[in-house]
Design a protein around this ligand. Structure first.
Ligand SMILES: *[C@@H]1O[C@H](CO)[C@@H](O)[C@H](O)[C@H]1NC(C)=O
Ligand SMILES: *[C@@H]1O[C@H](CO)[C@@H](O)[C@H](O)[C@H]1NC(C)=O
Ligand SMILES: *[C@@H]1O[C@H](CO)[C@@H](O)[C@H](O)[C@H]1NC(C)=O
Length: 217
């Protein structure tokens, strides 16, 4: 009974202060969007405030301390590139955002992201394909996105799909940067080529690229 009473008194004295501190609604839909290991945190503005700045923190899953994302303190945009802070693909991360209003010196509560894994949650973008016919045959050149190559250097392979008019496909596994020359294509036949980026050590692959097609002379 006595304890209950004390609790009630404590609540009564704390409540007005807490309300003043957290008058702002927190940001919504805090989430990582990641393509080619470029990991960007996004959020939505709360609907009822006009003077918001945002503050972003992150932490490695399993550790206690939140760290300030130094490039995303007091910002007005609704996204923060956390690629540097979340660059270890083997780790899991959390991030959180809160709004503040300097004019009224008020702050929102923190809004938390879901757990994020660069390795499992990133989406690999499809490569681009170029075809060039030469005397030796049709040369297929495949390029992964520049962002991806900067992040993973080598360790990227490509699957190349050659689609015959019948719908039959030949598949070739080719290391990134090397070319494939198709020498046994039939004359007056229409072929289409697609490619897919594969990162074997992360067991990841992109969707297939758009098709590039060629009709043999
Ligand atoms: C904004 O919304 C929050 C929660 O919905 C509320 O507590 C707060 O008073 C509102 N602030 C303003 C400035 O309307
Ligand atoms: C993060 O920034 C806030 C506000 O600038 C500061 O009070 C806090 O000590 C910082 N935390 C860390 C872990 O650096
Ligand atoms: C096709 O290959 C030839 C010979 O290697 C080269 O000169 C030409 O620029 C290439 N064309 C394209 C579109 O890549």
């Amino acid at each position: 009974m006595n304890h209950l009473l004390q609790g009630a008194v404590l609540l009564a004295t704390l409540a007005p202060r807490a309300a003043a501190q957290e008058m702002l609604a927190p940001p919504g839909q805090v989430r990582f969007e990641s393509t080619d290991y470029k990991n960007v945190l996004h959020w939505a503005a709360p609907t009822n405030s006009s003077c918001l700045q945002y503050h972003v923190q992150y932490k490695i899953y399993g550790e206690l301390d939140w760290l300030n994302a130094s490039n995303c303190q007091g910002i007005q945009k609704h996204h923060c590139d956390l690629s540097g802070a979340t660059s270890d693909v083997r780790e899991w991360y959390y991030a959180r955002v809160r709004g503040s209003c300097v004019a009224t010196s008020s702050k929102s509560a923190w809004a938390l992201s879901r757990r994020f894994s660069p390795r499992w949650d990133t989406k690999i973008s499809p490569p681009t394909v170029r075809l060039n016919s030469s005397k030796q045959g049709v040369v297929v050149q495949v390029k992964a996105s520049r962002v991806l190559m900067r992040k993973v250097h080598n360790g990227v392979d490509n699957n190349i799909y050659v689609v015959h008019p019948s719908g039959k496909e030949d598949v070739y596994a080719v290391a990134s940067g090397s070319r494939l020359t198709l020498t046994e294509l039939k004359p007056r036949t229409h072929y289409c080529v697609q490619a897919q980026t594969v990162i074997p050590r992360h067991m990841k692959s992109s969707d297939r690229s758009a098709a590039k097609c060629i009709t043999m002379d």
